[in-house]
Design a protein around this ligand. Structure first.
Ligand code: 13P
Length: 316
């Protein structure tokens, strides 16, 4: 145990399912491995899996949200009235919600639902590389410096370097939007257009990501885009992420994203495709699709049958 102020045991809520005829939580606790979602990597023995959400949060003073963004509202509903009112939370969720006015960051959804303060964490963090203890950086966004420092202390290791910045929403929105750029990068890979074309999509995507965030959310800091959660995560995800991989197969196989998600991700959920649809809805509501040509083209290729090669034809 590195710090006395943190509990030794980490309780991890796992959505229960049957794997190899057994409960996944039992398998995780027995083998210290998530045999379904991260096979081949050892989970430390102080991490215990539970299927009962109430049990996990009962005595918790720190809550780490790490679930697909479509499950956030239901999970928060289940947590209402069950958490310590002084608990500090951090969201690793990659996504946002939408409403008629625009977007609602997940940190706000959690904070408003549970009446707690929420930080965000996002960065160039491909999960299995972290599990292998290869060096990486990440970014924590905070509203209160003391909370940013607390979470830095909790998460940082020799191989996982944490930067902190006073920009909760900037950090989390970068984490959501970079997945859309990675889908564009995957199309380019599927078309075998080479590294110059991919670099162009990354550059234009990065600019649209910045433009989108600033348009829909005041107060996002320019510096955030140059932290790990910004440019570095765009690069990592466009080269090593699941969104890129599935988008490449979309082009080479002609199968739908839903089918490929089932075939290639073994139960994991792709976040980028949902975000592509959400961005399109928000832009269409405002009638400003033309201001975001790359994001709009990615939507139309993914869901409206536009030929994938439009990725390099429909952009300025
Ligand atoms: P995906 O694997 O979901 O595409 O994203 C990877 C990632 O978030 C790297 O930071």
């Amino acid at each position: 145990m590195r710090y006395k102020e943190f509990h030794q045991e980490v309780k991890m809520w796992v959505f229960e399912e049957i794997v190899e005829g057994r409960n996944l939580t039992e398998l995780i606790n027995e083998k210290h491995e998530n045999v379904k979602y991260l096979p081949g990597f050892t989970i430390p023995e102080n991490v215990k899996a539970f299927s009962d959400l109430s049990e996990v949060v009962r005595d918790a003073t720190v809550l780490v949200f790490c679930i697909p963004h479509q499950f956030v509202p239901k999970t928060c509903d289940q947590l209402k009235g069950k958490i310590n009112p002084k608990a500090k939370a951090i969201s690793l969720v990659k996504g946002f919600e939408t409403d008629e006015k625009g977007i609602r960051p997940i940190s706000h959804a959690i904070s408003e639902s549970l009446n707690i303060s929420v930080c965000s964490l996002s960065g160039a963090n491909i999960a299995n590389e972290i599990a292998e203890e290869h060096f990486s950086e990440t970014t924590i966004g905070y509203n209160y410096l003391a909370e940013g420092e607390l979470f830095k202390k909790l998460f940082e290791t020799k191989y996982f370097r944490v930067g902190i910045i006073n920009d909760v929403v900037g950090v989390e929105l970068c984490g959501a939007l970079k997945n859309v750029i990675a889908i564009g990068a995957g199309f380019v890979d599927g078309l075998k257009l080479g590294e110059n074309a991919k670099a162009a999509i990354i550059r234009i995507g990065f600019l649209e990501m910045k433009q989108f965030m600033k348009k829909f959310y005041g107060g996002i800091k320019d510096e955030t885009f140059f932290e790990s959660c910004g440019i570095a995560d765009v690069i990592a995800t466009c080269y090593g992420g699941r969104n890129r991989k599935v988008a490449e197969s979309f082009v080479t196989t002609g199968k739908s994203f839903d089918q490929l998600e089932e075939e290639l991700l073994h139960g994991q959920k792709l976040q980028g495709t949902l975000t592509v649809k959400e961005i399109h809805r928000v832009l269409s509501n405002k009638g400003i699709n033309d201001e975001f040509k790359l994001f709009t083209t990615i939507y139309r290729i993914a869901f409206e049958g536009l030929p994938p090669k439009s990725i390099v034809e429909n952009i300025d």
